[in-house]
Design a binder for this molecule. Structure first.
Ligand code: CU
Length: 284
């Protein structure tokens, strides 16, 4: 096969894989084997983040191809056998102005949608409910301040996984949210730095002791489960504190809320939870 032939074949394969990935992963909110690119976006933030990513991908691909073409051209045109007497040129005002102005323009083109998205993600005043998320070594605590509800979320051990459950991603008590709702997240920490990261919802917020970081998620309509992980190296069990966000239809959410309030009635704060766990551990 010629170089051009194999290049075209490669391009075709890449295009086919991309189409398959998009078609296959339409609803999945979890990492896929051999995944290329981002997880399918869920909600307005993720959709905007994905379209910014797609724009950047086009720009960086064009720049890379342009630089590659220049390199190849230089190697061929100015090779020693064709150009035994090199020119002594050191300056070219036009080119120097161009290679300063064009990159500046490209950066401006990138900055506009980028700032627009940053401000969109920053604006949390239109949210409908609040969940406080606390990172601990090595589990998450979810607190619903308006409902006086708080509970811990631990990863399910590999040995205890039921059929169909995902290794390293499944938890005992997921963070439950009503579908089609804008949720404000207050993210904080209890020991070391963690990070609350759910790719399909495009949320990644540091969890830091003594500090509350604000973020929001725009949970789309329809029941679904969104998987994420702590993505700030936080100690030996960093890989074992996954995040599961389960979106339920409003009616089911209300039913879950009533049940959860009963189940976790004795647990009010993360500190209580910690104490309770320590007591249980020392009793055993
Ligand atoms: Cu962590």
């Amino acid at each position: 096969m010629t170089t051009r032939g194999s290049f075209l074949a490669g391009l075709g394969l890449f295009a086919a894989t991309t189409v398959l990935m998009i078609a296959g992963g339409a609803l999945a909110a979890e990492p896929q084997p051999w995944q290329f690119g981002l997880q399918p976006p869920a909600g307005s933030i993720a959709e905007r983040a994905t379209s910014l990513h797609n724009l950047l991908l086009v720009i960086i691909t064009a720049i890379s191809l342009f630089v590659l073409a220049l390199l190849v051209y230089t190697c061929v045109r100015f090779r020693q056998s064709a150009n035994s007497k090199p020119s002594k040129t050191t300056h070219n005002a036009v080119i120097e102005v161009l290679w300063t102005v064009v990159p500046v323009l490209i950066l401006v083109v990138i900055a506009v949608p980028s700032f627009r998205l940053l401000y969109y993600m920053d604006k949390t005043q239109d949210t409908e409910m609040v969940i406080k998320i606390t990172g601990n070594q090595w589990y998450w605590n979810y607190e619903y301040p308006d409902e006086e509800l708080s509970f811990d979320s631990y990863m399910i051990d590999e040995a205890e996984l039921k059929k169909g459950q995902k290794r390293l991603l499944e938890v005992d008590y997921p963070m439950v949210v009503p579908a089609g709702t804008r949720v404000k997240l207050l993210v904080t920490g209890n020991d070391v730095m963690h990070s609350f990261f759910v790719p399909s919802l495009a949320v990644q917020t540091y969890s830091i002791i003594g500090r509350v970081n604000e973020a929001w998620i725009d949970v789309p309509e329809g029941a679904n489960t969104y998987y994420g992980q702590c993505n700030q190296i936080c100690g030996v069990n960093h890989a074992y504190m996954p995040i599961v966000v389960r979106a339920l239809e409003k009616k089911e959410y209300e039913a879950w809320l009533a049940g959860a309030k009963e189940e976790f009635a004795s647990v009010k704060t993360p500190a209580d939870t910690l104490l309770k766990k320590t007591l249980v551990a020392s009793a055993n």
